[in-house]
Design a binder for this molecule. Structure first.
Ligand code: ATP
Ligand code: MG
Length: 435
């Protein structure tokens, strides 16, 4: 029998983890300075958190991992996205009552969608997302985009482009929806099954169709901007002015409708135009949503804005631009055990170094001196600490600075002060007087 990860999932191995840590550290740092706090919601929710009304999105209709345990009437779904759970939590914990609205949140974690796996498209993938709920201001649309944009810029990504559009308010969207229905009325029978469903549920989504994309009837479809009322036009204008003010380059894409049904006003996708990216080029995407808070039983009129970034895709975009995220730190110290009789002392010294903040490891296999020294090289240790019978008998330790090749033999209790002197105080050890 073979055991393998399920299709579309992957192990993130220790050798690759440093890039994830780097991304996660940067995410926390950026959200900290933007004053967004982390929220962690469950990895599964009641199915109706995601499946709402007659949602027409592929994600809800085809991609959800929904299950019901034996003897249970409860239908649960592994979360396919972050926004719904965050909006549910916002209502459940009455965050709408906060003295300082909006509530600005971010999340990082896995999402599950049953899709056809390909490069940049997984069945379990990770998203970093932000949600700002409880205020409607074009400045917030701009702020969230700016957060994501400055994050990808700080990583060094250059081949990025913001595509942005507006879906207008309810009134504008209703007028546009009617115009689209009229437009596709005679051709809908010739279009794909998904489009037929979208025609009934949410005709805007027809514009997002990957199957019928090239048909003439698509190209001649009416444009959203012709159906926007003044308030919606003004809102969008202020968003674009805000992006201009921050020097964030964008392209208005009047075909951009986005996959989820709850969007109103601003929608956007930030894509990599690098040729190595392949078909999955959207790194982060989102928009403004009204009605979601109300749907979960919160007060009316609490608007939100957010986006989600696929971290696997972000890594692919970095690789495409030759940006390396790995930064394997070497060890500070490797303790060589030179005799079977000194295991206890080796353990004590290793522990003491660690307690003082030195990243330390040792040999557990009773290997030869030569083999242990090879590990010192392989682990890029700054120093080797040699402990054998004579060191223990004399109460000393032997420190070898790998770079300078200098050796220091010092009394056991002088180990940490000496390390601090040679390598600079890195841990919580006492500061030493100058030599
Ligand atoms: P797509 O059109 O690529 O299917 P989507 O509209 O379904 O994307 P969102 O739900 O908006 O995507 O998710 C936001 C981001 O999460 C995407 O831009 C992408 O970076 C990432 N993402 C979405 N689905 C996947 C997946 N199956 N595998 C890896 N990353 C994904
Ligand atoms: Mg999708």
């Amino acid at each position: 029998m073979r055991y393998q990860v399920p299709r579309g999932t992957q192990d993130i191995l220790p050798k690759d983890i440093s890039k994830w840590h780097k991304l996660e550290d940067m995410i926390r740092q950026f959200c900290y300075v933007y004053n967004y706090d982390e929220i962690r919601t469950p990895i599964f929710e009641h199915t109706n958190v995601f499946k709402r009304g007659n949602d027409s999105s592929d994600m809800v209709n085809k991609e959800m991992y929904t299950f019901q345990l034996e003897n249970s009437a409860t239908s649960l779904t592994l979360r396919p996205e972050g926004t719904a759970g965050v909006a549910r939590a916002f209502v459940e914990h009455k965050m709408f009552g906060n003295a300082d609205l909006p509530v600005k949140m971010y999340y990082v974690g896995p999402q599950c969608r049953h899709e056809r796996p390909q490069k940049g498209r997984m069945r379990i993938f990770h998203q970093f997302g932000v949600e700002v709920i409880g205020a409607k201001s074009p400045m917030l649309d701009v702020e969230t985009i700016a957060l994501g944009w400055s994050f990808v810029s700080a990583l060094g990504l250059k081949d990025m482009k913001v595509l942005i559009n507006t879906l207008g308010d309810d009134e504008s969207r209703a007028a546009y929806r009617a115009a689209l229905k009229e437009h596709f009325k005679n051709d809908i029978d010739t279009m794909c099954a998904d489009c037929k469903r979208r025609y009934e549920q949410n005709p805007l989504r027809i514009l997002d169709c990957k199957v019928d994309h090239d048909k003439d009837i698509m190209k001649t479809a009416p444009k959203m901007e012709d159906y926007l009322n003044d308030a919606s036009k003004q809102y969008f204008k202020e968003v674009l002015e805000g992006l201009d003010a921050l020097g964030i380059p964008y392209e208005v894409d009047d075909r951009l409708v986005r996959g989820l049904d709850y969007y109103t006003h601003t929608v956007f996708e930030v894509v990599s135009v690098n040729k190595e990216m392949g078909a999955q080029s959207t790194v982060f995407a989102g928009g403004r949503y009204d009605g979601l808070v109300e749907y979960f039983g919160g007060p009316e009129g609490m608007s939100g804005i957010g986006w989600a970034m696929g971290l696997e895709r972000l890594i692919i975009a970095c690789e495409a631009e030759g940006i390396t995220l790995d930064e394997e730190d070497g060890l500070d110290a490797y303790v060589l055990c030179l005799a079977d009789s000194v295991h206890k002392e080796v353990l004590a010294i290793t522990t003491e170094l660690r307690a003082n903040g030195y990243r330390t490891d040792t040999d557990y296999l009773g290997r030869s001196f030569k083999a242990q020294f090879k590990t010192v090289d392989r682990k890029h240790a700054r120093c080797a600490i040699l402990i054998g019978d004579s060191e223990v008998a004399n109460g000393t330790v032997n420190i070898k600075d790998v770079k300078t090749q200098q050796q220091y033999t010092v009394p056991m209790e002088e180990l940490i002060p000496t390390m601090d002197r040679i390598f600079g105080n890195v841990g919580c050890g006492e500061i030493n007087e100058e030599e």
